[in-house]
Design a protein around this ligand. Structure first.
Ligand code: PLP
Length: 479
């Protein structure tokens, strides 16, 4: 090995070198929060592609120079999630204590696959998972692991459901007549993706009707009865707690009872909304969650962790072990039937980051009370926005907010056709976002184009929402 390489490592293992990176991150967060710059870059995708198309260097440069380039060429043209007018997708303005834990996680670099590779990490993650399963209302048999996010968590949970319905699927596959998955109209694509990954096939996902953007329990009953009468077996029902389009919560009590009566696995996709469990004011929305067999919950959404931090939780830890009936004598040494502390036996991933640490640090720093106050603030703001839009009068409001997500639509003059209003709403979003003043998203509800806001930043205040309403109305009038 070249002496210069070793010297570079020695130089970079110093506080002076680390400060370069940390200063860049601090500058980025401060600039975002200051509102002194547009929410996102105006650079074109062509310019950005060209920027990184040069051949990779054969020889290195001092870290300070590289970080300068990161500041100029990457951070400056990134979307600023800590800007209070960032009101877009469900990605957080990350909590600083968790951000500063990221380099610690990387420096420790213990893999969560096996306890011997992460002695303290496995103990900490297991304890944190235990805390959250108790919050769900499950007993001491419950368990789970951290995941890369909600999509992985739902896939892992549905693998556990598959193992329960088809214990031989791991060896034999699912056969020509696989069991069905049932989900609501507004389920995240994680469900159909899992159906593909699990070999069930997307055609074996049955979508059951909604009422007010929530799964209709009566329609679910009819769907399950129909499947039974056709001789088709339901492998799992997937309910959503905090749906992607509107943040709505399915009635978990009614759905849970319906599944329990029929012996069907209930998975709850709480990637977005399960964090309401930490809130005294909002946990009622998850009433009945304890009836579920599995839960996806993303701390990188409403617990404001930097990407990524998800969790898959199961009522019976053994179900998750059964999902991955993996023999790997070079890694897993557990005696048959004995509980193994290694989290890798119940995880889709092998090598896995110690993401639990940043959540644990954030809880130590801000306390559960701090995270609860933050959660409630974000949800309250969606209510405030709903009121402000209603007071303005120029917008249709298809739903009351149940979480920090709100959909709405510019109403137009009353003579404009629904199709023209679809196009107009899309154009409003494009024009408003490119102004740099704020940044929102869009979706389709009931076949109509909607504007959509998710409030993920504790720095956002009611005054920012006034600016949003005024900005969107002005953009609509200009168009
Ligand atoms: C309800 C729901 N489930 C799952 C996901 C996917 O989560 P992730 O992006 O962490 O995989 C999302 C993301 O928006 C979501 O809203």
């Amino acid at each position: 090995m070249a002496a210069s390489f070793l010297q570079a490592i020695i130089d970079d293992t110093s506080l002076d070198a680390a400060v370069e990176a940390v200063k860049l991150a601090v500058d980025h967060l401060e600039l975002s929060a200051s509102e002194a710059v547009p929410v996102t870059t105006s650079a074109s995708s062509g310019d950005l592609t060209a920027r990184f198309s040069a051949a990779l260097p054969r020889t290195g440069r001092p870290l300070a120079e590289v970080m300068d380039r990161v500041a100029r060429d990457v951070a400056a043209d990134s979307i600023l999630l800590s800007h209070p007018m960032y009101l877009g997708h469900q990605v957080s303005a990350p909590l600083p204590a968790a951000v500063w834990t990221e380099p610690v996680i990387s420096a420790i670099n213990n893999s969560m696959a096996v306890r011997e590779m992460s002695p303290a990490g496995t103990a900490l993650e297991t304890a944190l998972i235990g805390h959250f399963t108790r919050l769900v209302g499950w007993g001491s048999d419950a368990g789970g692991t951290f995941t890369s996010g909600g999509t992985e968590a739902t896939t892992a949970a549905l693998m556990a459901a598959r193992a329960s319905a088809l214990p031989n699927a791991w060896e034999d596959g699912v056969g020509a007549n696989p069991p069905m998955l049932v989900c609501g109209e507004h389920a995240h694509y994680a469900v159909t993706r899992a159906a593909g990954i699990l070999g069930l096939g997307r055609r074996n996902v049955v979508v059951t009707a909604s009422e007010g953007y929530r799964m209709d329990p009566a329609a679910l009953r009819r769907t399950l009865d129909r499947l039974a009468s056709e001789g088709r077996r339901a492998m799992a029902v997937v309910a959503t707690a905090g749906s992607t389009p509107t943040g709505s919560f399915d009635d978990l009590e009614a759905i849970g009872n319906c599944c329990a009566e029929r012996g069907v696995w209930l998975h709850v996709d709480g990637a977005h909304g399960a964090s309401a469990l930490i809130s005294a004011r909002h946990r009622h929305r998850l009433r009945g969650l304890e009836l579920a067999r599995s839960l996806a919950w993303d701390p990188h959404k409403l617990l404001l962790m930097p990407l990524s931090a998800g969790m898959v939780l199961v009522r019976e830890e053994g179900d998750l072990d059964a999902a991955f009936a993996q023999q790997a004598p070079y890694l897993f040494h557990g005696a048959d039937g004995a509980r193994v502390p290694d989290l890798g036996v119940r995880s889709l991933a092998c090598s896995r980051r110690f993401d639990a640490l940043k959540l644990w640090v954030a809880i130590q720093r801000y306390g559960l009370d701090g995270l609860e106050a933050c959660h409630d603030h974000l949800v309250d703001l969606a209510g405030t926005l709903h009121q402000r839009l209603a007071r303005h009068g120029g917008f249709e409001l298809p739903h009351e907010p149940e979480s920090n997500i709100l959909c709405f639509r510019w109403r137009g003059s009353g003579e404009t056709s629904a199709e023209s209003l679809d196009a107009l709403n899309l154009a409003i979003r494009e024009r408003y976002n490119s102004s740099g003043e704020g940044w929102i998203t869009t979706t389709v509800l009931d076949g109509r184009r909607m504007l959509r806001v998710t409030i993920m930043n504790p720095r956002t205040a009611p005054g920012h929402l006034d600016r949003l309403v005024a900005g969107l109305a002005a953009t609509a009038s200009a168009l």
